[in-house]
Design a protein around this ligand. Structure first.
Ligand SMILES: Nc1ncnc2c1ncn2[C@@H]1O[C@H](COP(=O)(O)OP(=O)(O)OP(=O)(O)O)[C@@H](O)[C@H]1O
Ligand SMILES: O=C(O)c1ccc[n+]([C@@H]2O[C@H](COP(=O)([O-])O)[C@@H](O)[C@H]2O)c1
Length: 201
């Protein structure tokens, strides 16, 4: 595979929600991406306890299954140690080939911190970074290399995974915040009821 325009949406996806999906869909359309690869984190070292990797992976598969341009990678789940985007991008480069154009999609909260990520300058050379708007966070490319980052306004979805977890823990619905199949998977597996990760982040 080579020569294509590939979006990469990394996230802990605990759970995946419509904010993630709208961001990926909007960037896919605006940048004419051939596909968007969702990459659930293995060990997100900046977060506390997270749900089992297989649960986060399966929720991501369920949420993306109906979109022919959306795919899910196990690359970060199958790599030992903390998850670093520099490694994710090297793995994606190996999958898609040297001529592919890689676009890493991040929300406004994450894009503001990328210069502190592992091997940031190397990482910025491996993909173009797209920072998308997110309610509650200022989107700014100040202090980021202009040639490596583009900011994009996406439809505002005031949804976070932590809020979804808290709602489930409090017995409130998450219908319409996450895809229907993800609601059913959360119920089936009893996620976020008393796992100790509800209030993370
Ligand atoms: N509502 C949203 N709108 C735009 N981008 C989002 C939104 N929610 C998350 N993102 C982005 O998606 C990526 C993955 O996010 P992540 O899986 O950590 O979800 P989260 O909702 O931020 O989780 P948590 O509340 O547990 O911190 C990050 O780049 C984040 O900025
Ligand atoms: O590379 C790093 O040092 C790094 C630090 C924090 C977050 N990331 C990546 O940013 C993406 C969103 O992370 P998160 O924790 O907000 O779900 C995900 O792909 C993470 O692997 C990467």
């Amino acid at each position: 595979m080579s020569g294509r325009r590939i979006g990469i949406m990394g996230g802990t996806f605990d759970p995946i929600h419509h904010g993630h999906l709208v961001a990926a869909s909007e960037v896919q359309a605006r940048f004419a991406l051939d596909e968007v690869m969702f990459v659930p984190t293995g060990q997100p070292y900046e977060k506390g306890k997270v749900s089992p990797a297989e649960d986060r992976y399966l929720m991501t598969v369920i949420a993306t299954a109906s979109n022919p341009r959306f795919h899910v990678s196990r690359a970060d789940l199958d790599r030992d140690g903390p998850t670093y985007t520099v490694d994710t991008l090297r793995d994606m480069r190996a999958v898609y080939g040297q001529s592919a154009e890689l676009y890493f999609i991040t929300g406004a909260d994450a894009i503001g911190r990328i210069m502190s990520w592992k091997d940031a300058m190397t990482m910025l050379g491996l993909a173009h970074f797209i920072g998308v708007t997110r309610p509650g966070f200022e989107l700014s490319a100040a202090n980021l290399p202009a040639e490596s980052v583009t900011l994009v306004e996406v439809p505002a979805m005031a949804i976070s995974s932590s809020d979804c977890r808290q709602r489930v823990g409090a017995g409130l619905p998450v219908w319409y915040l996450v895809p229907d199949g993800v609601v059913q998977y959360i119920n089936k597996r009893g996620l976020y009821r008393d796992s100790g990760i509800v209030g993370r982040a």
